[in-house]
Design a protein around this ligand. Sequence first.
Ligand SMILES: Cc1cc2nc3c(=O)[nH]c(=O)nc-3n(C[C@H](O)[C@H](O)[C@H](O)COP(=O)(O)OP(=O)(O)OC[C@H]3O[C@@H](n4cnc5c(N)ncnc54)[C@H](O)[C@@H]3O)c2cc1C
Length: 500
Amino acid sequence: MLKNSILSIMALALTVSCKTTGSGTSSAASQPVSNCEIVIVGGGVAGLHTAYRLGPQYGEKICLFEKEARYGGRIYDIAKSPDQVAGPFIAVGGRRVMEGQSIVIALAKELGIELQEPPPQDELTQARGMSAINKDEMIKAFPGLPVNLQAGAYEGQLYDKLLKGPERAHVEKYKNLHDYVIAAVGQPGFDFLHETYRFRADFEYDLSAKAYLEYLDEENNAGAICPSGNCRILYPAGGMSAFARGLESKARGMGVRFFTSEPVLSIDKVASGYQIKTGKSLLITPKVVIAVPPVALANVGGNIPAAIRSQPQFKALIGVRVTTIAQWYDQPWWHGIKAKDGKVVWRAWTTGNCINSVEIPQEPYAAAQNVIRVVYNDQLDCVLKWETLANTPAAMEEEINKGLTMLFANNGVTQPVTITKPSKTVYWEWPDAWYFIRAGNNYSNLDIYKWAVQPLPGEDIALVSEGYNPQRSAWTDGAYKSSIHYLNTSFGMNLPGVEP
Ligand SMILES: Cc1cc2nc3c(=O)[nH]c(=O)nc-3n(C[C@H](O)[C@H](O)[C@H](O)COP(=O)(O)OP(=O)(O)OC[C@H]3O[C@@H](n4cnc5c(N)ncnc54)[C@H](O)[C@@H]3O)c2cc1C
């Protein structure tokens, strides 16, 4: 059950749904909707991008229906106070762009979005009672790692073994990723990767080893992610929602019709086309672009979603649950978390207290807000723990404080700091933060990406979303590429950025 809440220290017991924030126009309750030549279901970045690119040709013949009162889906930025409708915002979902994501970088330029690049700072790792700035030092807590001790960069060595080692040739014989990793780097290697990495779910969910390694090939390809070689990470001023705002406003300017707070309830094939039923309207269209991820498609009725859901490709997708918690403070106590090299810590991973990962924004736009992401967790047992704690805001804040205290107060490697009381806490749970391919089938990421363009042979129905592009799992890059692949394939567009 998705549960999200804002709690404020000023009114600690107050729990307010986050879901009412955002902007957009709604169709009038009784207004008939007609002449929709293309219906787009979902106003996340994949749906918005599709509307924006088709806008010049189809304009008002495009009707986009969005369930929420806001656009952006898993791109969701919030302000400290609901009155701050123009921000500043901080993300409860996606935050960053890598310099190698050429489509996203080009789109930022096209939409006039400034990308800010903070100077590199330190990262802290904590596991098995030990803390380190240099992750290699963690080897002391993980005896028996199958690495060349003299060469250093142990994490990189382990990933090299997973991606380029001899076991890769036999990857298809392993039941799942877990078994493959154990075979390739042993239990100590598995434990090191699992406990000192930020994304734990990768090692815990029942994932297809073959598909995951394909994803990792691209994810670990420095040329693809950080062509300059120093992994430049960029943050949009205005938050990632600047993309959603930009796409929506440009598409609206081209005449595209938008309907917010209007979920599509069912899609049915009928004699005259596809019948779309929303909370407010009933219409017929010849073409449907379903821009909602698998978890949302599960809730749409009608014979078309049912036929898609019955396909083995759809069943092969598995969503990862993620919790994020943001906290605002009156004073930025984290400025004191400095290592011996004089740099501050901007990211930390820990196995303690279900914190999993902390992120302290450094880019000027977000850093000025005195807000940090205190929990970024994809470990399933911890998602459940936070879900329960969120019912008792004071207990949740106490648990966060315990975790931050263990991580930063006196870890022996950074200057001690005193963690103060937050002025506001926002808890958010994503039931489908991103998608991978589950174990037990032979689909490649490419198979799913191609299938999504026309999942039902003979039908003018497409799926576009990060959820149908597991090669670029967890990135808006994946959503845009899914949309571009559809536009190039079905409309003969020649949009750059997707490999043949
Ligand atoms: C915690 C977190 C961190 C992330 N970090 C990053 C990052 O740093 N950088 C990055 O690039 N990416 C990041 N991502 C991934 C990125 O947010 C997603 O890949 C991307 O936003 C997916 O877009 P989408 O359009 O495919 O799907 P979604 O964003 O899920 O959009 C689907 C839309 O459909 C709507 N909808 C659902 N059901 C219906 C219905 N029945 N009728 C009408 N509308 C409906 C939803 O409300 C939503 O607006 C992160 C994601 C999460 C959750």
